[in-house]
Design a binder for this molecule. Structure first.
Ligand SMILES: Nc1nc2ncc(COP(=O)(O)O)nc2c(=O)[nH]1
Length: 282
């Protein structure tokens, strides 16, 4: 059975890791506004841990297409109380941010990973900051902020180009001093990618192994699933895409990917347990 790589400073469950999503935002695509109140967000984080999440990913900025960016103070105010409280309760927390100042404050509050959807491209200080913080860093493929993301969704071969561009981002991360054993990559489903691009990346997900780093799959409740499951031109609501999201978690587990980033933890955690059991020798 293919070994699942260990990321320094993060849990190593020996199976595909489950990262539970807590979006402390008013406007995230799938659950905007539900966990904006810090107490609600903390409670939700505890629920996800009880359901089996290995890591809780706390974000204060929606990255949905067309979203306007919150200012730094707003993002800090959203995420810090939640990170502090979940860390205090013993959770392993990552912070979903593109800002180096938020990364620094989050690590001071106990975060163990920086989940940077911009892969270091939104804030020139991010890579050097992460290197100094000596925490895990999730480097995602990204071509620009939400407002012009779809104009960037043009590729000859999306898989080859995502790999090439990720390699540039990763080389910059290592050059900035981030240790390779703290790096995770993510192809960035839905970020400067059409539904067809997402499906092509999923069909050829094994090709990302050429980067030699752990891979995280972030497809949970995304619009390309809503579109697949649409009833005519009525998209399936994001919250009703957890079964389809779980089907892709099965793919991730069968390919022994490092982790999945999901909103509904239990079904995905259970799917991984089933695939892992099947992979055991008879
Ligand atoms: N690493 C990573 N982080 C992310 N953060 C937010 C979203 C947007 O989805 P959400 O608003 O439903 O969380 N997607 C990703 C993703 O695909 N990968």
């Amino acid at each position: 059975m293919k070994e699942i790589p260990v990321v320094t400073g993060l849990p190593a469950p020996g199976r595909t890791l489950v990262m539970g999503v807590v979006n402390v935002t008013p406007d995230s695509f799938s659950d905007g506004g539900e966990w904006l109140d810090p107490d609600d967000a903390v409670r939700h984080g505890h629920d996800l841990i009880a359901e089996g999440a290995d890591v809780i990913d706390v974000g204060g900025e929606s990255t949905r297409p067309g979203a306007t960016r919150p200012d730094l103070e707003t993002e800090l105010r959203r995420v810090l109380p939640v990170i502090t409280e979940l860390t205090r309760a013993g959770a392993v927390v990552s912070v979903d941010t593109m800002r180096s100042e938020v990364a620094t404050a989050a690590v001071e509050a106990g975060a163990k990973m920086i989940n940077d959807v911009s892969g270091g491209r939104a804030d020139p200080a991010m890579l050097s900051t992460v290197a100094e913080l000596e925490v895990a860093y999730l480097c995602m493929h990204w071509r620009g902020h939400s407002e012009d993301m779809f104009s960037q969704a043009v590729y000859d071969d999306v898989v080859t180009e995502v790999i090439t561009e990720l390699r540039v981002q990763l080389d910059q991360a290592v050059a900035a001093g981030i240790a390779p054993d703290r790096l995770v990559v993510d192809p960035g489903f839905g970020f400067a990618k059409t539904a067809d691009h997402n499906w092509e990346l999923l069909r050829r997900i094994d090709e990302l192994a050429v980067l030699g780093l752990p891979v995280l799959l972030g497809v949970s409740r995304k619009r390309f699933l809503s579109r697949l499951l649409a009833d005519g031109d009525r998209l399936r609501p994001a919250r009703q895409c957890d079964d389809a999201s779980m089907a892709l978690t099965v793919v991730a587990a069968q390919h022994r990917l490092w982790g999945v980033r999901v909103h509904a933890v239990r079904p995905n955690r259970d799917a991984i347990a089933v695939i892992d059991q099947l992979a055991q020798p008879g």
